[in-house]
Ligand binder design. Sequence first.
Ligand code: ZN
Length: 292
Amino acid sequence: MILENLVIPFQINNKIKGTIVRLSSVASQIINASHPKNIKSIFADSISVTASIGSRMKNDGVFSLQAYSEGIIKTIFVDLNNNSSMRGYISVNDFENIENLPFERLISNGTLALNIKEGKFSKNYQGLVEIKGKSIKEAIDTYFNSSEQAKSFFKLFNIFNLKKYEPSSNHIAGGIKLELMPEINNLNNSESSNEDWKTMLMFLETMNSEEFLSIKKTSKQILLNLFGQYEIKIFDEINLNNNCQCSNERVLNTLKSMDQKEIKFMFNDKKSIEVVCEFCKTKRVYSEQDLI
Ligand SMILES: [Zn+2]
């Protein structure tokens, strides 16, 4: 049995489409920080949502999820590009006993932004939703169900909610997204579709975190177990990675674009400065000489 880092799109009865996401090393490398479990759980869910929605970007497109709040969590940023590379960071205010705080304190007055950047010849798109409720899942369901035609549902899982934290025998994060295809939902005779939709949601609700995150089953087996009695089409899997796009050259270019005053202030008699990539945590050291 192996740990997966993938997204698989699927379709049921030609009426419902969906994706399953399961992440191990890709998620753990992004989350790798000393935050308490409740913060990591929110970050993990944000990563799963990003993988689920952003996995089919074309050309030089990038999908990103951003959350801003006035609570303990200041910012969450996760993106996924057309090379199936994911990266992300979270910034958190200092506070005592964060691990005991509920979701509403971690994210308060929050906004969730979903962005699609489709490269230089296409329009960019941004959708915003206020973060209400008790989870990233609730915010994202509100976002997708805000128009009457749309019907979509996310179920998210992550290891930080399990009693036992055992990354070697579990996936870190993942989820299943179901969506009633809009053209079906609009038909007058949509009663049977509605019945199917309700049944699928019921099946999905039977899935628990231990089962979903376990390495005993592949993602395909999970889908077949859940929906195998229906006509299910399972498409090619998309393997995700987390190669950061940062480079020495890019960092240098950014530094060189700053004005002389700022550079002087940054060095302030120091021989060198250290720049840490906020995504992959790579450290790079520069002297004032390097910036000339
Ligand atoms: Zn980096």
